[in-house]
Design a protein around this ligand. Structure first.
Ligand code: SF4
Ligand code: SF4
Length: 187
């Protein structure tokens, strides 16, 4: 014995009631029944859906401007801000005649978000100077293959005739700020 910290463990003899296990079983059932009548802490998704906040961060949208042109100018700030390195893009130059498709002279010919990497922090939304990317209240769909979570422009850019309203995500302070036309991104 090197120290005095060791203890001699004695195997305690079980009592009669412990040996028949009945009191333990009854007390276990009583605890289960008690919890049956309590309000559950979980929600039975997908039958029941939780109410979520207006600023809940779900699947991204790449917005179009009022004329239907893509707002993203492939500046890459969202990708730089992304802590999960989930965003990749390829920039391209707008050609003559494409003014209605892309708002700026440079646009993203390819834009991808890896939804398996994304942690829905919203930093891409914060970083974007063009108000082109927003997170929305939409859930990212489940999939059996990893490739299915690579969201390209086909899933990210909103359709011209089915716009996604993100106005509730913008606080009154942000809306006030947007009225200041001296900032080029507010024009
Ligand atoms: S929400 Fe966060 S993790 Fe997801 S793409 Fe945007 S910056 Fe990256
Ligand atoms: S979404 Fe915004 S930040 Fe990202 S590349 Fe496009 S314009 Fe730049």
């Amino acid at each position: 014995m090197l120290t005095n910290r060791s203890k001699l463990v004695v195997k305690k003899e079980m009592t009669f009631w412990e040996k028949i296990y009945l009191p333990a079983i009854i007390s276990g059932i009583a605890i289960t029944i008690k919890h049956l009548f309590r309000k559950g802490a979980t929600v039975r998704y997908p039958e029941k859906k939780r109410e979520i906040s207006d600023v809940w961060r779900g699947q991204h949208v790449l917005k179009r401007d009022a004329n239907g042109a893509e707002r993203c100018t492939a500046c890459g700030l969202c990708a730089v801000a992304c802590p999960a390195e989930a965003i990749t893009m390829v920039a391209a130059e707008r050609k003559k005649g494409e003014e209605k498709l892309y708002r700026e002279e440079k646009y993203a010919s390819n834009y991808e978000i890896n939804m398996l990497r994304c942690i829905f922090c919203g930093l891409c939304e914060e970083a974007c100077p063009k108000e082109a990317i927003f997170l929305t209240d939409r859930m990212v769909s489940t999939d059996y293959e990893r490739d299915g979570f690579m969201y390209g422009k086909d899933k990210l850019v909103e359709s011209v005739d089915k716009r996604i309203d993100v106005s509730k995500r913008q606080t009154s302070a942000v809306l006030e700020f947007k009225k200041l036309k001296q900032f080029s991104h507010n024009k």
